[in-house]
Design a binder for this molecule. Structure first.
Ligand SMILES: [Cu+2]
Length: 207
């Protein structure tokens, strides 16, 4: 009895060692051409082997407050729902004409009936029909490994399973005609840093 349980434990260990996924963190450092950190850059890593199976994703929120969309920039995996609650006392009319997702939430206050489903990778620029200055950017990606740079222009993609990735960076200040910068990175057991120089101004959020 005792012997067999030891055997069982050994077998379990072997099984788990051989199937365990080695993971590492990828730090991404984004600067503009003048060397200044670029905040709110969307960064993501696409496995070269193809996208992982899609899983159920939590609903993301972009609220309207003080006649602004918060946050200004969002990154979501394709297949994600986004809710657009209006936390202002004025009504908003939220829409996008972007090819990746065109939609319209007619003039409303409070929480619209249902969130909007984003299923196609690409950039979605969101506006309000009443308040011209309101804008939000959503970058929809085909990977679960994504983040946004902080004030220091840095973002960390944590727990990347080892393998090859195309690491990309997108910023709303980059001219649309410019193709996305990308780097091929081999993730092994150790953490790595990838640096991007973007042709984007470290522009402050529009007011
Ligand atoms: Cu509005």
């Amino acid at each position: 009895m005792r012997l067999s349980s030891i055997h069982f434990a050994a077998a379990t260990q072997l099984c788990c060692l051989s199937t365990s996924v080695v993971a590492a963190d990828l730090t991404i450092d984004v600067k503009d051409t003048a060397g200044a950190p670029v905040v709110d850059t969307v960064v993501y890593a696409e496995p070269v082997s193809g996208p992982a199976a899609a899983s159920k994703k939590a609903t993301v929120v972009i609220e309207q407050k003080g006649r602004k969309f918060l946050p200004l920039v969002s990154v979501v995996q394709a297949g994600t729902d986004i809710a657009f609650p209006n936390n202002d006392s004025v009504r908003h009319h939220v829409y996008s004409f972007s090819p990746a997702k065109s939609f319209e939430l007619q003039l409303y206050s409070g929480v619209p009936g249902s969130p909007v489903h984003f299923d196609k990778p690409g950039t979605v620029v969101v506006g309000c029909n009443i308040h011209d200055k309101m804008v939000a950017y959503i970058h929809v990606v085909a990977t679960s490994h994504f983040s946004k740079t902080d004030d220091a222009g840095k973002a960390v993609l944590t727990g990347l399973p080892s393998g090859k990735y195309r690491v990309k960076a997108w910023h709303y200040g980059t001219p649309q005609s410019v193709s996305l910068p990308e780097q091929l990175v081999s993730v092994t057991t150790s953490d790595e840093v990838v640096a991007f120089k973007l042709n984007a101004k470290a522009v402050p959020a529009p007011q």
